[in-house]
Design a protein. Structure first.
Length: 479
């Protein structure tokens, strides 16, 4: 069996029933062309077969499908059994940028939070929890009721299309030969800041000085739209170096690393609604006056503002350690370093700024709970409204998130900066491409997640631009 046409199916036997697994294998097989084989242990392994040899197929096959269940997640987290061995191979291949490997996670049993390993928590998964085929004992084939056929046959068809496309692309040339051909045909032009520092002689030859480029360079335009490979990321990566007399540092935020789906789930959680309902019940005659008390309208502007300040604090610490402060700023460095160490506890130093978004979103949730809980301890309506109005603001949130000393020292240093910090938000094209692929799927969760994620993205644009300008920074957003 040639591995270049194999799709490996990984699952845990304990809570994935044999009939459902074999039925899944049968319906998907029927949608695939004959040259593509599904590798399922219940079909392939028999008495006397070598299990390690079977798992080796996973190291070279072009695609794998994971049937995610609570037991599958438990075994991957506890590092036990053959499931963990398979998952480790999958994990290494998924994280290897040079490995042209397709992995399709499918929710097969349980819920997202109980069945999905952390590696795939940001993915849009097809929901097969309601997939229950029946066996025709005469033909020994599985069949579906009319309702289930209408729901799941389109899903099998879409998965088969994705798998077939991947295998067709890989089969044009062996992977090594394909890479060599691409290197011969196309120059690698995605330039990074580090590369430009090593080759400053190229700084005047990267871009044609068109009107559009001049607008980006002068920051009179903050949205950069273009097809993949048109130079959007290169502009974001090199502009601070090309304009080093203007910019002190660059904070690069990658949109596809922001945990938007988890944020969706957090926003979908009804505790915000519950806190508002409690207020309405306490003051039933003033219900209409609480209609505007919606934490959703505050969360993103506060979360982005928190991200900017954490990024600035981190960048300022790096600048101070590298002796890039002026004399006045240097006086604040020890206090900055000390307060920032207290804030981080070394737990998220040197991670991508994109990861801060989850941290600041959770902090807002806690900040909101604190204000509402305190407000509910007051007796009369006027006191409750007065307390919320006077405490639900950006300054209090930043103090809650960072602490007053850290917030103060960051501002003292920033006010004495002789140059700007440029903040770039990139890789939205990757986010939208994922959503586009998922748009053909039919699962309710995927559809709702897409809608919410699109809403989050559109709302984030406005908030990002507004707050980037407040902290003496300029924003460049790439599509």
């Amino acid at each position: 069996m040639p591995d270049d046409h194999i799709v490996f199916i990984s699952y845990a036997h304990q809570d994935a029933s044999a009939s459902r697994v074999v039925g899944f294998n049968q319906f998907l097989h029927d949608c695939l062309p004959g040259k593509i084989s599904l590798l399922l242990d219940r079909k392939y392994l028999g008495i006397g077969k070598n299990i390690p040899n079977y798992m080796q197929h996973l190291e070279t096959c072009p695609a794998a499908i994971i049937l995610m269940t609570p037991e599958y997640k438990r075994r991957t987290e506890n590092a036990t059994g053959g499931v963990f061995t398979e998952f480790e191979i999958i994990r290494k291949r998924v994280l290897d940028d040079k490995d042209d490997f397709l992995c399709l996670p499918v929710l097969f049993e349980g819920a997202r939070y109980t069945a999905v390993p952390s590696l795939f928590e940001n993915e849009i998964h097809e929901d097969f929890t309601k997939f229950h085929p029946r066996l025709n004992e005469t033909t020994n084939n599985y069949y579906l009721s009319d309702n289930l056929r209408e729901e799941f046959i389109p899903l099998f068809t879409e998965i088969a299309k994705v798998v077939e496309s991947k295998i067709k692309v890989r089969s044009v040339l062996p992977q090594d030969e394909n890479e060599k051909l691409l290197e011969l045909l196309f120059a690698k032009t995605k330039i990074t800041r580090g590369w430009l520092k090593l080759h400053p002689e190229f700084s005047n030859h990267l871009f044609v000085s068109t009107h559009a480029y001049k607008r980006i360079k002068n920051q009179s335009a903050v949205f950069v739209i273009g097809r993949k490979g048109s130079g959007k990321s290169t502009i974001a990566n090199t502009l601070p170096e090309l304009e080093n007399e203007r910019y002190k540092t660059c904070i690069a935020i990658l949109a596809d690393h922001i945990n938007l789906l988890s944020t969706c789930e957090m926003l979908d959680y009804d505790k915000y609604g519950r806190s508002r309902d409690v207020l309405k019940q306490r003051f039933a005659t003033r219900t209409h006056e609480f209609a505007q008390l919606n934490p959703m309208q505050f969360l993103f502007k506060y979360a982005w503002l928190g991200v900017f300040y954490i990024c600035l604090a981190n960048e300022l610490c790096e600048l101070g350690r590298n002796n890039n402060f002026n004399k006045n700023q240097q006086n604040y460095f020890k206090l900055l370093d000390s307060e920032y160490n207290k804030f981080t506890f070394e737990q998220f130093r040197n991670i991508e700024p994109s990861k801060y978004f989850t941290l600041t979103s959770v902090a807002f949730s806690e900040f909101w709970d604190k204000i509402v809980t305190t407000a509910l301890s007051l007796t009369d309506y006027s006191s409750v409204i007065r307390y919320i109005d006077s405490n639900l603001n950006e300054e209090n949130y930043l103090r809650f998130l960072l602490s007053e000393p850290l917030l103060s020292v960051v501002r003292n240093i920033v006010t004495q900066c002789d140059r700007y910090a440029i903040i770039t938000l990139d890789d939205f094209d990757s986010v939208f491409s994922i959503l586009t692929i998922g748009s053909q799927y039919r699962s309710d969760f995927a559809r709702v997640s897409r809608q919410m994620t699109l809403s989050l993205i559109s709302f984030s644009f406005a908030i990002f631009i507004r707050y980037a300008s407040l902290i003496k920074s300029l924003a460049l957003i790439n599509f």
